[in-house]
Ligand binder design. Structure first.
Ligand code: ADP
Ligand code: MG
Length: 497
C-alpha cells in the first residue's frame, strides 16, 4: 500500500506542477523587471515607498504559502482514500466485475462507497478553500489600507504644495500597479514553493531502486556463450532449493520454511499440495521476483543471485497460475514468449499445437491475426480455458532449458488432461520441467513427485513409491480417485491479474 500511495502521489500532480513551475518562473522574471521600473518612479517621492509596497503585500504571500501547505498536507494524508475512490470507480466500470455486479446487484453498495468517499474528500477540500478565501479577503484588505494611507500622505503633500495634481495621478497609478505586481510576484514565489513540495514526490519515486538486481560481476552458466544467454547449447539444467525460508514483505507467516527440493536435469518433476502451501511462491523465487531471506536457489550448482537477472530469466519458460491475457493478436500473444527470436509461422503453429490452442485459433475470424480483446475495435474475446491454452502456447514458444507450469491442467477435464500430458512429455524431451498442481492425476505422470504442506516438502518419490508409502499422498490420491464432481466447463473465467 505504501508504494502505491507513493506512485499515485508522484503521478497525479507531477504533470501540472512541473508546467506551473515553468510558468511561474517566467512570470516572476517579468514582474521583477516591471517592478524595478515602478520602484524607480516611487523612490523619487520617498525612499520608503518600495518598502511600504512590500509590507502591504506580505499577507498575500503568507496566505499562498499557508494554504498550499494545508492543501499539500491534506492531499498527502488522503492518498489512500483517493486510491479507494479509484478502485470503486474501476470496479464499477470494468468488464471484469460486470457479471457479478449485475447478478449480485452490487452496484448500489459500490456506488454508495464511492460517493461517500467523494463526499468526504470534497467537503474537506471545500473547507480548505473557504478558509483560503477568507484569508485572501483580509490580505486584500491590508493592501487597501496601505494604499489609502499612502494616498492620504501624498494628498497632504499636495495640500502643502509639495506635489502637483499631475504628481498625484502619476503616483496613484504607479503605486497601485506596483502593489498588484508585488502581490503577483510574492504569490508566484509562494506558488513555486508549493509546486516544489508536490514535485518532491516525483523525485523520491524516481530515486527508488529495484530490490532485485544483477551482481556487479555476474557468473555465467555452462553452455552460455559470451554475454548472450540465448545462444546456449545446454538443453536442460539442474535446479535445487536449499534450506529456503521466505516470508512475503509485510506478511507475518512464512510461505516457505527451510524448504529443500531438487529438480534433476532433464526430469519432469511435479509439486503437489493443497491450496496456499507455497507452490506458486517457489516459482516466484526461482524467477527471482523475490529473494529468500534464508537459503539458496541453485541452477547447475550456481546461486541464482550470482547470475545476471536477465540471463537467469532466459533459462526459464514459465506459465504463471494466472497468466496475462494480453490485448494483442493471437500471434503476438504467443510470440511474446520469445520476442528476441526470429518469428516463423511454423514455430508459432508448433507451440499452439503443443498447447492445444490450434482449434482455438482456427475458430477465430482472422486466425492468428485476430485481436484478442473486445475492448478495442475488431477484437474478440476468449473463454477462460481458451485463454489458458494461448498462455500455454506462449510458454512452449519460449525455448528455455527449464519449463515451469503452474496449474496447467486446472481448466482441462480428465480425459483431455491425459492426452495433453502425453504430448507434454514428448515436447519437453531433455528439458527440465516443473509442474505445479493440486491434481494428483497430473502429478502421477512425473518422474519425481514432491508433496508439499505448509511451506515444506513432506513426501517425495515416484507415484508408485508414494502410493506404497501409504502416507499423505496415498490418502489424497485415493480421495481424488473417488467419483469426481463435474469438471469445470470451458467457459470458466480466470481472473485477470
Ligand atoms: P499455492 O500453493 O496455492 O500456490 P502460494 O504459494 O500462492 O500458494 O501462497 C502461499 C502463501 O503465501 C499463502 O498463505 C498466501 O496467502 C501467501 N501469499 C501468496 N502471495 C502473496 C503475496 N504477494 N503477498 C503476501 N502473501 C502472499
Ligand atoms: Mg498457486
Amino acid at each position: 500500500p505504501d508504494l502505491l500511495d507513493q506512485l499515485l502521489r508522484a503521478t497525479s500532480e507531477a504533470g501540472t506542477r512541473s508546467l506551473s513551475i515553468l510558468q511561474n518562473t517566467g512570470t516572476l522574471l517579468q514582474n521583477t523587471i516591471t517592478l524595478v521600473g515602478i520602484s524607480a518612479i516611487l523612490i523619487t517621492y520617498s525612499i520608503w515607498l518600495p518598502v511600504v509596497l512590500l509590507v502591504g503585500t506580505v499577507p498575500a504571500l503568507a496566505v499562498v504559502v499557508r494554504h498550499n501547505r494545508l492543501y499539500h498536507a491534506w492531499w498527502e494524508e488522503t492518498t489512500e482514500k483517493r486510491r479507494w475512490e479509484r478502485y470503486f470507480d474501476l470496479a464499477l466500470t470494468s468488464a471484469y466485475s460486470a457479471p457479478e455486479i449485475r447478478t449480485l446487484r452490487l452496484s448500489p453498495l459500490l456506488r454508495e462507497r464511492h460517493d461517500t468517499l467523494r463526499r468526504e474528500l470534497r467537503e474537506r477540500r471545500l473547507g480548505l478553500l473557504r478558509r483560503q478565501t477568507i484569508a485572501q479577503f483580509f490580505a486584500g484588505f491590508v493592501g487597501l489600507i496601505v494604499t489609502a494611507a499612502t494616498m492620504v500622505w501624498m494628498g497632504a503633500r499636495a495640500m502643502r504644495g509639495a506635489a502637483t495634481i499631475g504628481d498625484l495621478a502619476l503616483f496613484y497609478q504607479a503605486f497601485s500597479q506596483g502593489q498588484g505586481l508585488m502581490r503577483s510576484l510574492l504569490s508566484g514565489a509562494g506558488q513555486l514553493y508549493a509546486d516544489a513540495l508536490f514535485m518532491e514526490h516525483l523525485f523520491s519515486l524516481l530515486a527508488l531502486r529495484p530490490d532485485i538486481t544483477s551482481p556487479d560481476k555476474p557468473q555465467m552458466l555452462t553452455g552460455v556463450s559470451g554475454g548472450d544467454s540465448r545462444a546456449r547449447r545446454v538443453e536442460s539444467r539442474n535446479v535445487v532449493f536449499e534450506g529456503v525460508t521466505f516470508t512475503y514483505p509485510s506478511a507475518d507467516q512464512s510461505a516457505l520454511s527451510d524448504f529443500d527440493l531438487e529438480i534433476p536435469a532433464g526430469k519432469t518433476v511435479a509439486v503437489v499440495g493443497p491450496n496456499g502451501v507455497g507452490k506458486s511462491t517457489l516459482i516466484k523465487l526461482l524467477c527471482r521476483l523475490y529473494d529468500p531471506q534464508q537459503g539458496r536457489v541453485l541452477i547447475d550448482g550456481q546461486d541464482i543471485r550470482s547470475l545476471g537477472v536477465d540471463a537467469l530469466r532466459d533459462e526459464l519458460s514459465v506459465m504463471f497460475q494466472f497468466p496475462v491475457q494480453w490485448f494483442a493478436t493471437a500471434r503476438e500473444n504467443i510470440i511474446y514468449g520469445d520476442l528476441d527470436a526470429a518469428h516463423d509461422d511454423e514455430r508459432i503453429r508448433a507451440a499452439a499445437d503443443a498447447a492445444g490452442a490450434t482449434t482455438v485459433v482456427e475458430r477465430l475470424a482472422k486466425g492468428y491475426d485476430t485481436l484478442l480483446s473486445k475492448q478495442f475495435k475488431g477484437g474478440t474475446e476468449l473463454s477462460g480455458g481458451q485463454w489458458q491454452r494461448i498462455a500455454l502456447a506462449r510458454a512452449f514458444y519460449r525455448d528455455a532449458p527449464i519449463v515451469v507450469l503452474d496449474e496447467p491442467t486446472s481448466f482441462m477435464d480428465s480425459w483431455e488432461e491425459a492426452r495433453w500430458l502425453e504430448r507434454f512429455r514428448a515436447l519437453v524431451r531433455e528439458r527440465t520441467a516443473l509442474i505445479v498442481t493440486h491434481r494428483f492425476s497430473t502429478a502421477m505422470h512425473a518422474d519425481l513427485i514432491y508433496v508439499m504442506d505448509e511451506g515444506k516438502v513432506v513426501e517425495s518419490g515416484s507415484h508408485e513409491a508414494l502410493v506404497a508409502l501409504d502416507g499423505f499422498y496415498a490418502s489424497s490420491w485415493k480421495q481424488q480417485q473417488a467419483p469426481q464432481p463435474p469438471p469445470p466447463t470451458d467457459s470458466d473465467k480466470r481472473p485477470r491479474e
